[in-house]
Design a protein around this ligand. Structure first.
Ligand code: HEM
Length: 453
């Protein structure tokens, strides 16, 4: 039994607690500093409490067994929470934002393409894009970078390349700016009810419509070209175009292909970029750890680029990734709305109740982790992973709606770290480690500046 996990104290009869404070004061604190506010609440009220935020009432969960109940056992009684509707403007009925039979059908169709064996086939695309970015960086005259910007650009290019293969568009800067703007507006709409109210008549709404048109044109043009040429392609777009409905044998409608591509681009870049940025920050602030990583890389790769088969051998890097996703889970919260009356714990909630699974607070709770707020790489040994309570550590979610890009993300992170850390010597320019800030995803609160040679 792992000594770190303390979930044996869990009691399913745990009563629902209530935050008794004024709803508008709560909303103010939530908008201003959600992360410390929610952690403070977790300490006071535990992992199962109700809170009023402005005109909304939410149930906040960070009790592993109850989280499992909502995301896995009773998943059929829930749909995604209203916050996801903000994303539907852009993602349409892609995997992240769709529901019911439509979602299930698409998930079944797409799942094989994110299986390790398929990812192995497109790994060359991923690696090539990462090596290209590191080469470009090495040719720049200035020797300092903001690593989060570098990672945002890189991860968007990697996911776009994995989708489009050789048909990668030269407009990657424009795509980057467009996607960044869209994420920014999405975040404001979710966090700030006043902005949400004014959004339909705002300049941001106008810009957002233009951006979506631009991305639509781009994606449809690429699909059309692909359909005209008969070359065999090995990338995610080809997989979407080749997939057939089990019952009718029909191809996926083009609008659906577009929605899935947008979903991969949005869900599959900032999440990875943020995690990588925090990892680089910790490495440059901890020379001992940095040295150990270099020793592992020397031993496994000795200066080579990693092959797909090398990735599982990078055990220390994997532990660092695991620990980074504990302290900095890019998807820091997931939301659900009850489709019908549901019983969670020993409380019955009416239809339409909204539940927020507070992954951030659960991953940092003293109730489940020793020295919870510390970055401790030795934590995630393979023994520990085998024995831990799986439901207290869920950076990729849980249950049938768990992240489909889990392996993609892990392979990409290992490869970026292996390539960059072998090519460059990096040093911290900032005195302090970055603090996490919650936008749509969790990201560093300010640029992380790094000196490289
Ligand atoms: C470190 C990187 C990543 C993290 C932490 C992450 C986290 C998550 C989480 C927590 C969910 C569940 C959301 C929910 O239950 O409401 C999710 C869903 C999803 N993720 Fe990821 N993700 C990452 C990378 C990726 C990548 C690389 C892709 C694709 C290329 C991707 C595509 C998706 C999709 C399509 C879903 C929706 C799945 C469904 O509902 O069937 N993610 N992700």
């Amino acid at each position: 039994m792992n000594t770190e996990t303390q979930t044996s104290t869990f009691d399913k009869q745990i009563p629902l607690q209530k935050n008794p404070n004024n709803r508008f004061l709560n909303l103010f604190r939530f908008i201003r500093d959600s992360l410390p506010f929610l952690q403070e609440n977790e300490r006071k009220y535990g992992g199962f409490y109700e809170i009023e935020l402005g005109f909304s009432k939410l149930v906040i969960l960070s009790e592993p067994e109850l989280v499992k109940d909502v995301l896995q056992h009773q998943h059929k009684s829930f749909i995604k929470s209203p916050e996801y509707e903000v994303l539907s403007d852009l993602l349409g009925k892609g995997l992240l934002t769709s529901e019911g039979d439509h979602w299930q059908h698409q998930r079944k169709l797409i799942q094989p393409s994110f299986h390790k064996s398929y990812l192995q086939k497109i790994y060359a695309l991923m690696l090539d894009e990462i090596v290209k970015a590191a080469d470009t960086l090495s040719q720049k005259p200035e020797r300092s970078i903001e690593i989060n910007q570098e990672m945002m650009r890189l991860t968007l290019n990697v996911v776009t390349r994995s989708i489009l293969g050789s048909q990668m568009t030269p407009d990657s800067d424009k795509i980057h700016d467009t996607v960044t703007d869209l994420l920014k507006y999405g975040t404001s709409r979710i966090r700030n009810p006043f902005f949400r109210l004014l959004y339909p008549i705002s300049y941001q709404k106008y810009k957002s419509t233009q951006h979506i048109k631009y991305l639509d044109n781009l994606v449809y043009k690429i699909i059309e070209e692909r359909q005209r040429t008969q070359h065999p392609h090995r990338d995610l777009l080809q997989m979407l175009l080749d997939s057939r409905m089990e019952d009718t044998g029909k191809a996926m409608p083009l609008r659906q292909v577009r929605d899935e591509i947008m979903t991969f681009m949005m869900a599959g870049h900032e999440t990875i970029a943020s995690a990588l940025s925090f990892i680089f920050a910790h490495l440059v602030h901890d020379p001992k750890l940095y040295k150990k990583v270099q020793e592992e890389l020397k031993q496994v790769l000795d200066g080579r680029h990693p092959d797909f088969e090398d990735l599982p051998k990078l055990q220390l890097l994997q532990q660092i990734i695991d620990e980074a996703l504990r302290l900095y889970p890019s998807a820091w919260v997931v939301g659900r709305k009850a489709k019908e009356s549901v019983k969670v714990g020993n409380t019955i909630f009416p239809k339409d109740s909204v539940f927020l699974i507070n992954i951030f607070a659960m991953h940092r709770s003293d109730r489940f982790w020793k020295k919870a707020e510390e970055f401790q790489v030795d934590r995630f040994t393979s023994d520990f992973k085998k024995n831990m309570n799986k439901f207290q550590y869920i950076p990729f979610g849980l249950g049938p709606r768990m992240c489909i890009g889990n392996h993609f993300a892990q392979f990409e992170m290992l490869t970026v770290l292996a390539v960059y850390l072998q090519k460059f010597n990096m040093l911290a320019l900032d005195e302090e480690l970055p603090k996490p800030k919650n936008t749509l995803t969790l990201r560093p609160s300010k640029p992380i500046r790094i000196l490289y040679r």
